[in-house]
Design a protein around this ligand. Structure first.
Ligand SMILES: CC(C)(COP(=O)(O)OP(=O)(O)OC[C@H]1O[C@@H](n2cnc3c(N)ncnc32)[C@H](O)[C@@H]1OP(=O)(O)O)[C@@H](O)C(=O)NCCC(=O)NCCS
Length: 198
């Protein structure tokens, strides 16, 4: 049985919401703050700042959905859902990253719940997550949501099968979407105010 994050969660002073297409720079800034090891685990290879900037520029491409964990207007963790149009028409890839000061607080687990609900509501049948074999935390999170784990080409692949959408999954997403735009305006205000104080 898959569990889902509740709507508009606020915890550890943070707030989970979808990033708007115009907020790709927040994903970039978050990924740039990851240390070398976290970058390696996220992308399965070493990545430069330039690579991250080019990668993040596509965050708002059609079909992509990125959820951020916001603290004081900044993104401190993300879950990225990228439709896998070439390989599986009804599938998507998911990836996670949490900045070091925020790990082990259940944030990635909550983000996964949000991503699964989005996948349900879009009729996706498979969520694929690829991680390194020694990434026990990521695998624990995938198992938490009932993933099937297999090893392919030296990577662990977790396949999560979302349930069919229902009234609750639709309604809670609609409610969260309303908060997304409101919260995005507050977050921008917070960042502008902080920049003016420097
Ligand atoms: C992996 C990562 C996303 C986890 O984020 P997080 O917010 O710290 O994870 P959570 O706190 O939600 O959950 C951690 C889970 O791992 C478990 N865990 C913690 N340490 C563990 C360990 N050494 N071995 C096994 N499980 C462990 C926790 O018990 C928890 O599982 P539970 O909820 O079932 O108890 C984060 O460490 C990260 O960004 N790593 C770098 C990027 C990355 O590895 N991305 C994954 C590939 S896309």
């Amino acid at each position: 049985m898959l569990k889902e994050a509740d709507a508009a969660e606020v915890e550890h002073l943070g707030f989970i919401r979808r990033l708007l297409a115009s907020e790709a720079y927040l994903l970039r800034d978050h990924l740039l703050r990851l240390d070398g090891e976290a970058r390696y685990r996220r992308f399965a290879h070493d990545v430069s700042d330039d690579f991250i900037s080019r990668y993040a520029a596509h965050a708002g491409d059609f079909g992509n959905v990125t959820f951020g964990y916001f603290v004081d207007g900044e993104v401190r963790a993300v879950a990225e859902l990228r439709p896998d149009i070439l390989m599986h028409r009804d599938g998507a890839e998911v990836a996670f990253s949490v900045e070091k000061p925020f790990v082990n607080r259940g944030i990635a687990t909550k983000l996964m719940g949000r991503v699964i609900r989005t996948a349900r509501n879009r009729g996706l049948r498979h969520l694929m997550l690829v991680c390194l074999p020694d990434n026990a935390k990521m695998q624990a999170i995938a198992r938490h949501y009932g993933a099937d784990l297999s090893v392919e080409d030296g990577s662990v692949i977790a396949d999560i099968v979302p349930q069919e959408p229902d009234y609750h999954s639709w309604f809670s997403e609609i409610l969260d979407e309303r908060m997304t735009y409101l919260q995005s305006a507050f977050d921008l205000q917070t960042r502008v105010r902080r920049a003016a104080e420097i």
